[in-house]
Design a protein around this ligand. Structure first.
Ligand code: 5CA
Length: 435
């Protein structure tokens, strides 16, 4: 993509309304635009990140055997009257009337609708286990929407619902999602701590929150300091072993709960990016979702639900990965992998070399954002740092005279002068991964 034809409405000044760093960087890098409190448009750069996150989540859900569906955001109130949540949900639920004065609502979560689909079509234990998920917008009329996409009113969520014959199978589904989450967050380039949590309005008795450590996080975490040494690479560990390491949110934690002395626990703020629940027969009971077991008896389905805050993750990843100049995207979610900077647009040599590199890389299916704008050098370099693409390929007259280009890694800030050929080699995907 040529920057001259793209749309990144960057801001030089820090937007006043943004209290936290990720919100500031998202506005300054032109990723989102606020339309109302807690409601945003996603501009091209922001949308690319959102889609990348979404796709990694989707791939891991599919690998776990979950089936993707898409349910409407506007739902009939009657379904929610069955579960009792139309009244119980309170002011957070946005209620709407259609032209026939029928009550609708903008879904804040989806237990009711998926249970209604399940009970209509699934009757036998032979059809179990089943997991359905969607990646779709939710609306919660939060009393205090804040921190940009971190606590929005409209936000993108991956929500998955599992149906099983009994408690044991449901716990297997729960553990599968627990493991899938660890894999997903590792691929997203963030370290999470799985913490025992309260299940809130979703209900149920088994629940974990997956939290990224961040000073601006809204949850206080109490955890075994072993997590500080584990890195993000612990998804291969046995879950039963992992669950031995204590970690809990402030709502759940009681002094003395942990198997290690209270004063040895690490205490830190965290941002909840995922939340999983086992709630047994809570919804199948009120909505009469029954299946026939091998003995021919009708029993209530055991359910769990598993959420990931997809749009929140965009902000959470920035909060976890940045410096004072801007964002540092993990490769897996970067909007483009390479930023190609022509330091002197208009100079025939620089233009030719830059255009050639751009063509070669894009022909090679590399994702390149090419700054071909007629702009001051300082502006180009600062914008590229702000946008935070993993690799910068910098083309200037001095280098061209010596047949070299500069390759800079955004994360380590390390630069190398390379021949054009080796820079291109370096940039082909496999080489860069090995580097
Ligand atoms: N039905 C369950 C899971 S399928 C559920 O709704 N869980 S939840 O309430 O915990 O939400 C799931 C995830 O959505 C949270 O972990 C969080 O990352 C994200 N989320 C919740 N509220 C917001 C919000 N207001 N803005 C952005 N993300 C949110």
């Amino acid at each position: 993509m040529r920057l001259s034809r793209y749309f990144i409405p960057t801001l030089k000044e820090n937007p006043q309304e943004a209290q936290i760093l990720s919100h500031r960087f998202m506005l300054r890098a032109g990723m989102i635009h606020q339309e109302a409190q807690g409601i945003y448009s996603w501009l091209p750069l922001g949308l690319r990140v959102l889609k990348k996150i979404e796709n990694i989540i989707r791939e891991e859900q599919n690998k776990a055997g979950a089936l993707e569906v898409l349910m409407p955001t506007l739902q009939p109130a009657d379904l929610w009257r069955e579960s009792g949540r139309f009244d119980a949900y309170g002011k957070e639920m946005l209620r709407i009337k259609d032209r026939h004065e029928r009550d609708l609502l903008y879904s804040p979560t989806n237990e009711e609708m998926i249970t209604a689909i399940f009970r209509k079509f699934v009757r036998s234990y032979r059809d179990l286990p089943k997991m359905f998920y969607q990646i779709n917008w939710k609306f919660r009329d939060e009393i205090r929407p804040r921190f940009g996409v971190m606590r929005g009113r409209e936000f993108l969520m991956k929500d998955n619902y599992s149906f099983d014959l009994n408690y044991e199978d449901a716990v297997n589904a729960y553990d599968l999602m627990y493991k899938t989450y660890l894999k997903t967050f590792k691929r997203l380039g963030v370290k999470v701590i799985p913490t025992q949590a309260d299940s809130g309005p979703i209900g149920g008795d088994l629940s974990h929150e997956f939290c990224i450590l961040a000073e601006t996080g809204e949850t206080t975490l109490y955890y075994d300091p072993i997590y500080d040494t584990l890195g993000s690479d612990f998804d291969h560990k046995d879950i039963s072993e992992l669950k031995k390491y204590y970690a809990a949110t402030d709502e759940k934690h009681k002094p003395g709960d942990a198997p290690i002395p209270e004063e040895q626990l690490s205490v830190a703020r965290g941002t909840e990016v995922g939340h999983i629940f086992y709630f047994g027969t809570k919804y199948s009971e009120v909505m009469n979702a029954k299946i026939v077991n091998p003995k021919g008896e009708e029993v209530l389905a055991h359910m769990g639900s598993y959420g990931i805050g997809v749009s929140r993750l965009v902000g959470a990843i920035i909060d976890a990965s940045h410096d004072d100049k801007g964002i540092i995207w993990p490769e897996s979610v970067a909007p483009y992998r390479i930023g190609l900077i022509n330091l002197r647009s208009g100079d025939a040599n620089c233009d030719k070399v830059s255009n050639d590199i751009y063509t070669q890389l894009t022909n090679n299916n590399e994702e390149v954002l090419y700054d071909d704008r007629d702009q001051r050098l300082g502006v180009k370099l600062a914008d590229m740092e702000l946008i935070g693409l993993p690799w910068q390929l910098i083309i200037g007259p001095k280098g061209i005279a010596q047949n070299t280009v500069e390759l800079k890694c955004r994360k380590t800030n390390e630069s190398q002068e390379l021949s054009l050929e080796s820079a291109l080699n370096h940039m082909t995907k496999n080489n860069a991964r090995a580097a």
